[in-house]
Design a binder for this molecule. Sequence first.
Ligand code: HEM
Length: 486
Amino acid sequence: MAPEYEASWWLGHEYRVAKHEVGVEYGRWTRMFGPVFRIKAALWQKDVVVISDNVAVKHIYQNAYTYVKSPAFQPVVVKVVGRGVVWAEGDEHKFQRKMVSPGFSITAVKKMAPGVMACVDKMIHRLQNDCKGKNDVFNMCDYVPACTLDIIGQVGFGYDFGHETPEGKAILQAWHTDVKLFSTFAAFLAPIVIGVAPWITKLPIKELHEDSTAKKVIHQVGRKLLQEPPNMDGTDIFSILVRESYQDKKRPSAERRLDDNTLLDNILSFFMAGFETTSGAIQLILLDLAKNPEVQSKLRDEILNADSSDVDIIESLPYLDAVTREGLRLHPSARDTHRVAIHDDIIPLKNPVLLGDGTTVTSIPVKAGDGFTIPFLVQNTDPSVWGSDSYEFKPERWMKDGGLPQGSELPGGPFSNISNFVDGPRLCIGWRLAIQEIKLILSSMIKNFEFRDTGAKVEKYISPAVQPFVDGKAAQLPLKVIPLQH
Ligand code: HEM
């Protein structure tokens, strides 16, 4: 158990976790107590087990229908992302996941590359136009999130959600408001109160029932598109999913198809799960590059030498690849994920755990209702696995022989064995698209600009995904931007 004296009498250890930078408290306690320990939950709820033992975490992910997202938050999830794949559990999840997967296949994501590039070019031109002097400082949060939103509009819908369109403006404005709100004490407390008293979500309070701005916009645009015949050549996710269901409608198929509401809720889920996560990771990698000018110029040399706009060539540049892997390792887009067991089970452990009573266990007995929190950054930066420089940004480790730990020492998952996209039946469906976006955005930015650190102390907090903060203000990443002529 994390030290009792560090817990607030009514907020447990949870508020301490939220008040500190992402991963700091989990990391400190893991160093003190090992990869399995308990913390006190807020409002006198059951203790939560914080677990970064890789074998245990894999077990939790692989048994995704035993370890579910907290049912108490479902009404909140519905409000934000609707009843799509992010919300669904059990058989409904299996069904929806199968139906939406064609939208994220290797072939589908490859075909999205020109759309992604068009949005990246728009952002590059915008930043070039805004650069007046040689040493201008820009808040990257005004540029990168607008670009990743634009990308999801393009690849999700084949629709322009650029920052200058009314729809894009409405979603970005709502996002800025939400980011500020999420970092407040009230936002910390609200989900916990809902967890304790789920009936609160049924109270006749307008704000609890009104759809989010993004939900309204996406459904409005989607309904218009659904009136039209399916686009049989469209490479966007919406067209692919409509086509799939359209073909199903014509085929005498026993399989249920996605109804229009579920289809639109899924598109909404891709927006919400895909735009802020990707933009946060890109921004924090840009900060690493600004703080490490020699890495930045090595990367620029590689990009300029390749001298190519061919997406396949850019995506396979070895140093860009190493920068992407290292950047993601250090900057998971979420602080943690939480699961609740719906029936009794036994979780195996990689390393035995010494209990408070002096006994040692090699597995954890689980009772229905037990809660587990998996801290992403702790998993990616374990010094006993990555070495004493585990917190440092060193892309070279991905390139040199023997620079990487054995796969069996790492969390696992679809990309580089790092924790960012989780694993098992609920692993991030958009991970290939995210990697493509990160590489294409970084390569264009580094080719066209030099980024320098301003000396501002940038910190990482959850709001609701990991965000850069300066002086307690959310969505702040000031960087000196110097346009380059080639
Ligand atoms: C760097 C970028 C990204 C990161 C780090 C990331 C991370 C994650 C994580 C950790 C989860 C699991 C959450 C949980 O179960 O607690 C997840 C799920 C999901 N992600 Fe991503 N994501 C990224 C980009 C994207 C993109 C670009 C899309 C789509 C356009 C997307 C769509 C989804 C969806 C739909 C789920 C739910 C999957 C399911 O439950 O079956 N993500 N993502």
